[in-house]
Design a protein around this ligand. Structure first.
Ligand code: DGY
Length: 322
């Protein structure tokens, strides 16, 4: 039987390539820090059965039409807002993602960002390196306490629950908002359900961890930000489109909220002239939530396992549209 033909849209760890090479013929975009150009991708997918893709590649009906043999799209991410699932399902293309393996790593980063934003750590380092540290002074670089405060988690899924577990070590009161209440999580984590407006009014830290979808695009806009406390910190470790960036700039600039920690952006990479980057009360990161060596390697190997399983007639471990 002919070996399946596969395209890999970025240079990924060797372990993952080896899994694919054992069962398939593959071609790969050999650069790690540069996304495959659209015209190269469109040419490469013309005759393939499967693609291992990253969140930097968009997949809709028009792109699928360029890949008439495509049967499997293995996304190396838990989020799959880069893929139009209904278009794939209509074409009979199986989509897979990488849930589970990045939960703890992303929760760690969410906490690092929360702490860095609350205690102004990047700003403090900038002050020191610029030679502006003249003396210990009573109110220099003072931030917000974390211990014992109220955390509001918007999206208590796997990562949200892992963030909540860490919060218990900080003696925090935990509020959450989901589409549906989750009695098991409430019992395990001591989390209290709130409608979104109530969560925004009560929380000292609002952490956004919902997937991006038509329902969650713009979920946190001017009206929602206006409900938050002037001392509150917003952390977005999910997807840029969920928080309205123009409204956030306005709220931060006029100190209607205290600060924001952002790992994700409407446009990535975020343009360097973006207004949010002019503000000292923004901690800005380049979408590194899952970026530990072990986790990124495991995401790549899980994506490869999904791809090969689906192409060799087995059930993939983590399908999205079974
Ligand atoms: C994901 O997996 O969706 C993250 O955004 C990248 O780890």
């Amino acid at each position: 039987m002919a070996r399946p033909q596969v395209y890999i849209t970025r240079k990924i760890p060797r372990e993952a390539v080896d899994i694919i090479a054992a069962a398939c013929d593959y071609r790969m975009w050999e650069k790690e820090d540069e996304a495959v150009p659209a015209e190269v991708l469109d040419a490469e997918i013309a005759g393939v059965d499967g693609v291992l893709t990253l969140l930097t590649e968009k997949w809709d009906a028009a792109r699928l039409a360029r890949a008439p043999r495509l049967r499997v799209l293995a996304n190396m991410a838990v989020g799959y807002d880069n893929i139009r699932i209904p278009d794939c399902t209509a074409r009979g293309v199986l989509v897979t993602n990488t849930p589970g393996v990045l939960t703890e790593t992303t929760a760690d980063l969410t906490w690092a960002l929360l702490m860095a934003t609350a205690r102004r750590i990047p700003e403090a380092e900038r002050v020191l390196r610029a030679g502006q540290w003249k003396t210990w002074s009573p109110m220099m670089l003072t931030g917000q306490d974390v211990f014992g405060r109220t955390l509001g988690i918007v999206g208590l899924g796997r990562i949200g629950q892992a963030v909540a577990r860490r919060a218990r070590g900080f003696a925090m009161r935990i509020l959450y908002h989901n589409r549906r209440r989750d009695p098991a999580a409430e019992a395990e984590l001591g989390a209290e359900y709130r409608p979104l407006p109530d969560l925004l009014r009560e929380a000292d830290f609002v952490v956004v961890l919902v997937p991006l979808s038509p329902e969650t695009r713009g979920l946190i806009g001017a009206r929602e930000l206006a409900l938050m406390k002037p001392t509150a910190v917003l952390v977005n470790a999910a997807r840029g489109g969920i928080v309205d960036e123009a409204a956030l700039y306005d709220a931060l600039k006029h100190r209607r909220i205290w600060a924001a920690g952002l790992d994700v952006w409407e446009q990535e990479p975020v343009p360097l002239d973006h207004p949010l980057l002019t503000l000292d009360n923004v901690v800005a990161l380049p979408h590194i939530g899952s970026a530990s060596i072990a986790t990124r390697t495991r995401m790549a190997t899980l994506a490869a396992e999904n791809l090969v399983a689906a192409l060799t007639g087995r059930r993939p471990p983590t399908p999205v549209n079974p």
